[in-house]
Design a protein around this ligand. Structure first.
Ligand SMILES: Cc1ncc(COP(=O)(O)O)c(C=O)c1O
Length: 347
């Protein structure tokens, strides 16, 4: 017998996007925000009190729960702090799924879900999206213990309406986890559903809209009974004192956040238009990225050529994604470098 459980021995593991060590590159491969975090948050970093580090942090990050509750129009008890949205996903799999309790989700989607399913040894019921990425009707009939809908979906950028997700929450018996990691760049969100449905959990990330990917901070929104259950499987101190302080200052600085989101959305429209002009098929995206289909099928080759020029985008060897590139929205300067390189590669 090996040291590892059989399912872990067989597990391939999640493959994160490449993180180059050089800073002088055009990095459009892991959906980070191209703008810096809120100056209010950065100021806090210079004012850290050694006592904050010597002592254990508040185990539930009360300051952040209050601030996030205010921003989202819910009581602090509806919020749970997480060490990034991925921490919440791990907790949810641990809390709801095992050999006899399946997870279901539409595909293609976030490639971490099947990895977490394998760690729990649970069946992953993958229901294909149609070509327009509508919510598959079959998702309501899987009998899964947990259904996940990533909304906006990664890597497609497609968005399912709040009404459709409300119907899904109503139809299924299990938990509905709505992964809203990219929702800051969408026109709507599902927060209101937690008031009506005790089986809904919303995942939020501070990595994208708030430019804190390096800090690792995310949160759940759900009814207090659901939050209390999830808390049982969290690490005792899953968010550190510095992260709580920085994330709280960031979420409070709504003015700065909204301005950054506005800039990203405006650049998303420009990049979509420019890529379309260069012969890519680029559906509208509700995230901080676009999924560009190369109509000559040369996605892998274009990806390699861009990489040689220190321009990093994401290429997935996954059914229905092989002819596409996922490109994070950068600053106009970064995107211009990408567009110039594409011109050179394609012609
Ligand atoms: C769809 C989706 N959900 C959740 C996450 C987790 O984000 P984080 O752990 O950085 O908060 C990501 C990260 O890229 C994502 O793409």
């Amino acid at each position: 017998m090996g040291y590892f459980r059989e399912n872990i021995e067989k597990l391939k593991g999640y493959e994160p996007g490449f993180q180059p060590s050089q800073t002088q590159v055009v990095k459009l491969n892991t959906n980070e925000n191209p703008y810096p975090p809120s100056p209010q948050a950065l100021k806090l970093l210079t004012e850290i009190n050694p006592e904050q580090l010597r002592r254990y942090p508040d185990p539930v990050g009360s300051r952040f729960r209050r601030a996030a509750g205010e921003v989202n129009g819910v009581e602090p008890e509806f919020i749970m702090c997480c060490n990034g949205g991925d921490d919440l996903l791990r907790m949810a799999f641990q809390a709801f799924c095992d050999e006899n309790r399946a997870v279901a989700y539409p595909v293609p989607t976030y490639s971490l879900y099947p990895v977490l399913a394998d760690t729990q040894n649970c069946t992953a019921i993958e229901i294909p999206f149609d070509d327009e990425f509508n919510l598959p009707a079959k998702l309501a009939g899987t009998n899964a213990a947990m259904t996940i809908v990533c909304n906006p979906n990664a890597p497609t950028g497609s968005f399912i309406s709040v009404n459709e997700l409300a119907s899904l929450a109503d139809e299924i018996d299990g938990v509905l986890l709505i992964d809203e990691a990219y929702v800051d760049f969408a026109e709507n969100n599902c927060t209101a559903l937690v008031k009506d449905f005790d089986n809904v959990i919303i995942l939020r990330s501070m990595s994208k809209g708030y430019s804190l990917a390096g800090m690792r901070f995310g949160y759940a929104i759900a009814r207090p009974e659901m939050i209390a259950g999830l808390m049982k499987v969290k690490d005792s101190y899953n968010v550190d004192a510095v992260a709580v302080a920085v994330a709280t200052a960031s979420i409070k600085d709504q003015k700065y956040f909204k301005e950054n989101v506005r800039k990203v959305k405006s650049e998303r429209a420009r990049l979509t238009e420019q890529l379309t002009e260069r012969g890519f098929n680029v559906p509208d995206s509700s995230g901080n990225f676009v999924l560009a289909q190369c109509n000559n099928g040369r996605a892998a080759e274009i990806y390699e050529e861009l990489t040689k020029r220190n321009i990093f985008v994401r290429y997935f060897e996954y059914p229905r994604l092989e002819d596409k590139l996922r490109i994070t929205i950068g600053t106009p300067e970064q995107d211009n470098k990408l567009l110039a390189a594409l011109k050179e590669i394609i012609t």
